[in-house]
Every structure is written in C-alpha cells, then in structure tokens.
Write a protein that binds this ligand. Structure first.
Ligand SMILES: C=C(O[C@H]1C=CC=C(C(=O)O)[C@@H]1O)C(=O)O
Length: 390
C-alpha cells in the first residue's frame, strides 16, 4: 500500500544532498525531500477540516498555480502549530522527490561546545504546575491536560543541522523524521513516533500514543518498565481519552471504524508507549489527509479533555509559546492522499540557539516527580542527537 501513496514526480536527477533550506519527511523506508519551497502559506488552519475554509481554498489555488506553471502533481508540505489560530507554515514546493531512505549513519562532525542550557519552567515550577492541574481537575469536567517544558540551549557557534538530522535518523530509524524551514532563520527538526493520520484513497489510519514509561539498558528492568506501563490504570485512562476523542471526531466521516478494545505497547529507543491502531474506511467523497489532520488536531495526546478547557489551562500555566511543537507536520497531494504526524520529540534551531520541547499528559492520578522525569526522558531524544547527555 505504501508505494501507491507516493506521488511519483520529478525524474530529474537530484544531488544526494540539497542545499538548505529544505523540507524533509521520512516515513518507513521512504524519504520525501522538497526544496525551492516558494512563498509559505501562513493562513491559520482553523476550520481546515471544512472544504470551504480559507485554508483549503488557499491550498487549492496554490495547486492550480503550480499546475499552470507546469507541475503535474503538486504537493503540500509543512507544519500546522498547536494553536491552529496561529499562522501555519505550509509550502507547495517547486521541486520534490520521494526516494528510498538510506540507512542513516551517525554524523562524524560534533556540534560546537555547549555554552549554557536551562529548563523553562524549572523542575520546581513544573511540578507546582502539575499540582495545580491536578487540583483544577477536582469537581470539574476537565480531566486531562498536557503540560510541557522547553530546554533552551546556547552553543558556541552555529549548530550543524545536517549532523543533527543524521544523528536523529541513526538513533531513531523507525520514527517519522521531519525538517521544516520556518519563517525567519529557524528550522523545526524532530523525530515523531506518533501518526496523527495517513489517508490513501478511502482508507485511513491513525496511531495515537499516550501513556509513557522510560526504557532501560538492562533487559529485565526494561521489561519490568513495559509491564508496569501495560498494567497502569492511570496510563490507560490517559490513553483512552485520546482514543475516545478520535472516535468522536471521525463520526460521520467513516463507514467502517476498527478500534482495538485495548491499547498495545510500542517503543522508541527511549520510551515505552501505549498505542492504538485505528483503521477506518472513509465515506465518499473522502475527506483529504489535510482535512482529516485538521479535524483530529489537537488530540488529547497533546492538549487534553475537554479540548477548549484544557487549552485554556495550558495557556495559563505554560510560560512559553508552543509554536509548532504539538502541532502536526506532514504532506498532502492533490488527490487528498497524505500523512500527518504529531509534532513531538522535536526542537527549533536558529543559528547557535536551540529550543527543545517535551510534554506529558496530566490526569488526577499524576505524580509531579514522575511527570518531570517523563518530560526529561522525552527531551533525551533530541539531546542525544545534539551529542549531549540527558
Ligand atoms: C507530548 C508528548 O508526548 C505525547 C505522546 C505520547 C505520550 C504522551 C504521554 O504519555 O504523556 C504524550 O501524550 C511529547 O513527547 O512531548
């Protein structure tokens, strides 16, 4: 199925490495690279699930312009922020190519020395915010909100983006790797384990994750950690809210929906997660991958439940703008096929400044110390790729 989803375009030979800025996205064994990105589409993605929305109309016009300019199979790529009322960062590139992703090798060049780093908020403030959230849930409909932390790093010289990307891929060969040039001089870079939606024809797949436990190098400790997660009622509850929300959002959009009764365990190199594979057959005419992504985003895996109240609580407690973190990143073609993943395990790079992000789902049974450990473990994915210990 995977091969059929890929728009085959651009027979022109492409040099192995494109000059930056470029968009790249890897999924399984396939790597999408786009360059000559043109002017970004910055319209907000609010109501982007509706075919008549400003975003969908702008995308259709951009596809028409691309066809008129001689591109037979235009493609939309880019990222939508956590707060969909903020500007999107989307492109209809002049050139793109799908290729088999070669096995990645870790970069040879080390990053420049690290001058300083800090967590925003710090450990004490984060734990206090978890406690506040837990209090806020009492006697209220609000039962989950995702709280995040930002790690600010300053290096002695500009960070080598290609080295960072190579390390990320080498360390996380099964993740969805993404690199998105942002407005200004910054680049979003990360490797997500979470598929928001893949659409091919009238077939749809979503693979939400929620509920996490740290992995260990010792196999017995690692197995114990996985077993504790599989048996944790707190994590099952946190996960079930995500699955229920996706089921609810898909109502009216599918004629067949298959959701396993129990989540299964999945892993990255750093974490175990609870995961559910949600498969659907879409009604005809099928909504596009972009419409589906806009409908499902933000799931309670990154926001909370109920969504509006959780978003408000997050805004009142997080001392920074999430921007593209916990948004969605991916691609959609003119037939409506495409793939969007949740923008997590990521950071932004602007010359020698790096901002890394990680969040954790907070519910009534959350323990502030454990949630802090969880976000620090999640930061480890990007820190290791920068050549730094957690
Ligand atoms: C928000 C993040 O993770 C989400 C995805 C998987 C597990 C999660 C959790 O267990 O809290 C989060 O919902 C992040 O990695 O920054």
């Amino acid at each position: 199925m995977k091969a059929g989803i890929l728009p085959q375009q651009h027979p022109d030979p492409v040099p192995a490495r494109q000059p930056l800025p470029q968009f790249s996205f890897s999924s399984g064994s396939q790597l999408l690279t786009a360059w000559d990105l043109g002017t970004p589409l910055t319209l907000a993605a609010v109501d982007g699930d509706q075919p008549g929305s400003a975003l969908q109309q702008a995308v259709q016009s951009a596809f028409q312009r691309a066809r008129a300019a001689g591109q037979p199979r235009p493609l939309l790529v880019g990222a939508i922020p956590f707060d969909a009322s903020q500007p999107s960062c989307l492109y209809v590139p002049h050139r793109y190519q799908w290729q088999r992703a070669a096995t990645a090798q870790p970069a040879h060049t080390p990053q420049p020395p690290l001058l300083n780093q800090r967590n925003v908020p710090d450990a004490a403030a984060f734990k206090q915010a978890v406690t506040r959230m837990v209090h806020r849930f009492r006697g209220s409909d609000l039962c989950k909100a995702v709280l995040s932390v930002q790690r600010q790093l300053t290096f002695a010289a500009d960070v080598d983006l290609e080295a960072l990307r190579d390390n990320l891929r080498a360390q996380n060969p099964h993740g969805y790797l993404f690199q998105v040039p942002m407005l200004g001089d910054s680049t979003l870079l990360g490797v997500s384990p979470e598929l928001l939606v893949r659409r091919h024809g009238n077939a749809m797949l979503s693979h939400p994750l929620a509920g996490s436990a740290r992995r260990h190098s010792d196999p017995h400790a690692d197995r114990d950690s996985a077993e504790r997660l599989a048996a944790s009622s707190k994590d099952h509850y946190e996960h079930q809210l995500v699955v229920d929300d996706i089921r609810h959002q898909l109502q009216g959009w599918c004629c067949r929906l298959q959701i396993p009764a129990q989540p299964s365990l999945t892993s990255t190199s750093a974490l175990w997660h609870l995961a559910t594979r949600i498969e659907a057959e879409l009604v005809q005419p099928a909504p596009t991958a972009l419409q589906l992504a806009c409908r499902l985003h933000p799931t309670p895996a990154v926001c909370g439940h109920p969504t509006a109240a959780a978003r408000q609580l997050i805004q009142s407690l997080e001392p920074f703008e999430r921007g593209l973190f916990t948004g969605t990143v991916g691609w959609c073609d003119a037939d409506g096929n495409g793939e969007w993943v949740v923008t997590i395990r990521c950071g932004t790079v602007c010359r020698n400044q790096v901002r890394l992000f990680a969040g954790a789902g907070i519910v009534a049974a959350s323990d502030p110390d454990a949630e802090w450990d969880e976000v620090q473990t999640k930061l480890g994915t990007m820190l290791r790729a920068c050549g730094l210990p957690q």
